[in-house]
Design a protein around this ligand. Sequence first.
Ligand SMILES: [Zn+2]
Length: 453
Amino acid sequence: MNKDIYLTNNLNNKKEKFTPIDKEKIKMYVCGPTVYDNPHIGNARPLVIFDILFKVLKSKYGNNSVNYVRNITDVDDKIIKSSKEKNISIAELTSNIIKDFNEDCNYLNLEKPNQQPKATDHIDLMIEMISSLITKGFAYEKNNHVYFEVNKFEDYGKLSNKRLEDLIAGSRVEVSKNKKNPEDFVLWKPSFDDEPFWKSPWGSGRPGWHLECSAMSKKYLGDIFDIHGGGIDLLFPHHENEIAQSRCANSTKSFANYWIHNAFITMSNEKMAKSTGNILKIKDFKEDTDGQVLKLALMSAHYKQPLDWNEKLLIDCQNTIEKWYEVYLSIDQEITLNEDILSPLYDDLNTPGYIANLHQLYEKASKGNNKDKSLFVLACNFIGILNKTKEEWLFIKKKKLAITETDILKNIELRNKARKNKDYKEADKIRKELLDKGVLIVDKDGKTIWKLK
Ligand SMILES: [Zn+2]
């Protein structure tokens, strides 16, 4: 594709042309889930957005040219707290949630990242990085804690546009007598009682949360890479601290070249957060909503804008997918998506613009030939929707009927038998019973077929 990709880079808050370091090896790191509880739709938004970015990058640079790394945080205070509340081991909790998380990703038809490293598999690299920061004079040890000394890094605050004085005045920093300065943040801390621990030169303990992304991005992508993404809540302090740690440990002038952040999902214009109790978990949708409907809803606002969630949004998306399946056909011809169709996505991942294109392609397909229909389906497939065949889609709808497919077929057989025996009263009775359950029977060319009422 000749078209350029533009992205809003939070390093300068401008929309910029994306220029990779090496166009054959694009490197993208996205902060993944902290596996202490099942993901909610606020967690699903970055998963969907960066999946789209992954697809857009591959469409331009080639299928094998993007290395997408998304970590799993499996050691953290919230995990420890949750395992105690649930009275199960940390290992059990995290492996259960990772399993559920992967199922949620499949439900949303997301592509797997190239790597999904877990924090606990990389503690040695984190210890190495801390040692290097101490040796270079950017970190210090006090009472089995290691802190990063923020004022040693002059670019601190550049990503989030925060000044050190404001941070201290706003007291958004954890106070501790071990720290030289209030704004310093923890790289290593001791573990107590039954908390998980690893041996280190500073005693048995565990790493500070920010460190894992610096260590794992270095291992899988190198000291400097192209894109770093995540939800807007990670911009400060998480990403600011990642930059400080990585640039100081690696002695580099930069870390990630493009920083992309998605906005929150709100409910009645309030941030969706566990603390406020207005949480909708992904798994709660599975019963009644197909994954592609939820996915379309999550793409309905531009990633930089908050997405306000409500029942109507989901109903609208359900109706849209329903309508789009009317022109569905399996693609069996050589067609490609042209630049015009993809252009909203190339322009800063404008998903609402792309959905508008899909509506236009649908209009054309509904009046047009098989080629128009194929093009429409291909354009839907690009963002991971209309990924099921029409039969599968209908089957999903059938599942909501008060009768199983086996029973429908059994009843048809009974009805045919009754008709053969000229017991038309019985045949009509079966027909009516099926109709009451939403199934319409049609006799055609000597065969009996069924469809949804
Ligand atoms: Zn991270």
